[in-house]
Design a protein around this ligand. Structure first.
Ligand code: ADP
Length: 618
């Protein structure tokens, strides 16, 4: 539905009122200007779905938060032209009428940061869904205003500074225990000076816990979501975010502070992969943004996440997770807000010196929202109707990932790693969202519908995926895992590529036409695929492999290959080579615990070395 002031209200009531007030001969624009001044608030002149236009708004800025209509819906100014503001509204706009009031807040769209975020489930504009449910039931009433952080709950604050200490932004003032997590309360940005008052005790998030440079500090801070939080320095990428997923850690690693894209056609294992990453990645905290996915998928997340246990301590995973849930039946504009809310919360924990992993599922839905809003704003469309600034927006979001030296006197390091799911229609990644995402992300885990149909999980395709962090991480892997890690990885990758070439030939002339040497390659790559790359998320041991185990598994497979090749040269038949008992051991390694893997793998390698192929003749 598209209303304009002209169509629906040829002489809007406030204009006619204005004319009466101002006398004859005044121009229409002039009148609007005056009524604006009188009422000091603007009025709705046009409503187009989630995009509305307000007239006679003055002194405001792009990205200012406004309250729209009598229900006080949350909106954000996205364009300004003279006294007309275009506003994207984060709540359902049906029923709004031209002439309703628009109030300025003189603040950007902001999030509340402080104790109480962990284990929280928020919507795109950081309203706590559980507390809304308590207040209003299953449906979110429009314009409901519930603060993100509970104002009544008291937290035990333990000061780490004392009166007289000199502090600056980013220094740790004290800590609060939230579950098992040490929530560090930092001197907010813009504060500096001597601590004139600080005490241990029980405080709510809005009570003063200290006084710095004569200004009161509370545990809660507010931060505009579109402004990246400050840090001293962005650091070079140099260590992996270990996930325990063999194909990820060994073949396509993501770095701490890195960015990865994961395109997920339906049923390809996107949800399982992301839950595994949330559970097992060596991040201290997880921020999960469910951005406009189909309602039932988000419901799955909302039901599933609270049930998941942290494998490290068997306590609820939610104790170190913040969920932002924004389903497709929520207004489209809120999708964008949810992405920015999520990344700002992630940066907040990064600033405390933690490693945070943010998962956004799915950035395609956000891009679709941008397309819709841009269309409503009658902007010039770019490729496939997406706005021309699509790539820039996506890049700005992913650029907020990184490993940083945090603000503050003492050195502290933190990181935000971002894993963005993309859902290209029909799995075709030539479309603009996938392409713009690929340009800014450095890791691409290509979930493949064909592999998932064959129940090869995780369905990340080894020939279609890549990681551009390999060079940055090489030193770390060689020093911390094994000096031949990259060599083994390279050898296996080369074999997998060779397999693809051989498969083409096999399709034409059948496997029997290949010489034994090449049939052996196919057998070995089958071992790499089935015994290494396939990893069952529902098996307790298999779901997570340490890097040492990953290395040993591949090393044993390559040992078999080496010895089998030698045996073939000594005229042993391939069929006999394939009967080797060591192959059984290799196939079983994934189900063994670390210590058992070492024993079994070393045993297999030893017997391959000493006895394999001996005495066998064609
Ligand atoms: P998507 O979210 O992409 O629609 P899911 O993550 O729900 O797909 O995966 C679909 C199904 O595939 C799961 O229910 C599960 O049976 C299977 N699956 C996916 N990944 C794995 C895995 N790593 N290990 C075992 N099964 C898996």
């Amino acid at each position: 539905m598209f209303y304009t002031l002209k169509e629906k209200h040829p002489i809007p009531f406030f204009l006619s009122a204005c004319r009466r007030l101002e006398g004859k001969g005044k121009k229409e624009n002039d009148s609007i200007e005056r009524i604006g001044k009188m009422a000091d608030s603007a009025y709705l002149s046009k409503i187009a779905g989630p995009v509305v236009e307000a007239t006679s708004i003055r002194g405001s800025q792009i990205n200012e938060l406004v309250r729209v209509g009598s229900d006080q819906l949350m909106g954000e100014i996205v364009a300004l032209k003279e006294d007309r503001a275009t506003i994207q509204v984060y709540e359902d706009t049906s029923g709004l009428r031209p002439g309703e009031k628009v109030e300025r807040t003189e603040q950007p769209l902001s999030v509340e940061l402080g104790p109480g975020l962990l284990s929280g489930i928020f919507d795109g504009i950081q309203r706590p869904l559980d507390r809304i449910k308590e207040m209003a039931g299953d449906y979110i009433p429009r314009g409901i205003d519930v603060p993100a952080l509970n104002r009544k709950k008291k937290w035990t604050f333990k000061a780490s500074v004392k009166k007289g200490d000199s502090v600056k932004a980013g220094d740790v003032l004290g800590t609060v225990k939230e579950f098992d997590f040490e929530h560090r309360i930092l001197v907010p940005y813009g504060f500096e000076g001597a601590v004139s008052d600080v005490r241990d005790g029980e405080f709510t998030v809005t009570q003063s816990i200290a006084s710095v440079g004569k200004k009161d500090v509370t545990m809660m801070q507010k931060w505009g979501v579109r402004t990246p939080r400050k840090s001293k320095e962005k650091l070079r990428i140099d260590r992996p975010l270990i996930t325990g997923k063999r194909i990820v850690d060994t073949f396509f690693p993501i770095a701490k502070g890195g960015v990865a894209a994961i395109p997920g056609p339906f049923g390809s294992g996107k949800t399982v992969t992301q839950q595994d990453l949330a559970k097992y990645a060596d991040a201290d905290l997880i921020v999960y943004v469910g951005c406009g996915e189909r309602g039932n998928e988000m419901t799955d997340v909302l039901f599933e996440f609270p049930k998941l246990l942290d494998p490290k301590n068997k306590k609820p995973l939610m104790n170190r997770t913040v969920l932002i849930a924004n389903t497709s039946n929520m207004p489209v504009a809120a999708r964008e807000a949810s992405i920015y809310t999520g990344i700002t919360i992630a940066e907040y924990y990064r600033d405390m010196g933690y490693d945070v992993a943010l998962m956004a599922d799915s950035t395609s839905r956000w891009a679709e929202a941008m397309r819709e809003i841009s269309g409503r704003m009658e902007e010039m469309p770019g490729e496939e109707g997406y706005p021309a600034y699509l790539a820039k927006r996506l890049a700005e979001f992913y650029e907020r990932a990184g490993r940083v030296r945090c603000l503050g006197t003492k050195d502290r390091f933190g990181s935000v790693s971002v894993i963005g799911a993309v859902s290209p229609p029909g799995g075709d990644i030539s479309e603009p969202v996938s392409q713009s995402t690929l340009r800014v992300t450095k890791v691409f885990w290509a979930l493949d519908a064909d592999l998932s149909r064959r129940r090869h999980y995780p369905a990340i395709h080894w020939l279609k995926s890549y990681s551009l962090y390999l060079d940055d991480l090489e030193k770390w892997y060689l020093e911390n895992v094994a000096s031949d890690f990259y060599q083994i990885r390279g050898q296996c990758m080369a074999l997998l590529q060779k397999e693809a070439e051989l498969q083409n030939i096999v399709q034409l002339i059948g496997p029997d036409a290949l010489p034994d040497k090449e049939r052996l390659v196919l057998e070995v790559t089958k071992m790499i695929r089935e015994d290494f790359l396939q990893q069952n998320s529902f098996e307790e041991i298999d779901v997570y492999s340490s890097l040492k185990k990953q290395h040993l598994m591949l090393k044993t497979i390559l040992k078999f290959y080496d010895k089998a090749e030698q045996a073939l040269k000594m005229d042993v038949t391939l069929d006999r080579v394939l009967l080797a008992k060591e192959r059984q051991v290799i196939a079983g390694l994934k189900r063994l615990k670390d210590e058992e893997t070492v024993k079994a793998a070393n045993g297999a390698m030893k017997s391959l070395e000493t006895s394999f192929g001996k005495g066998e003749k064609k």
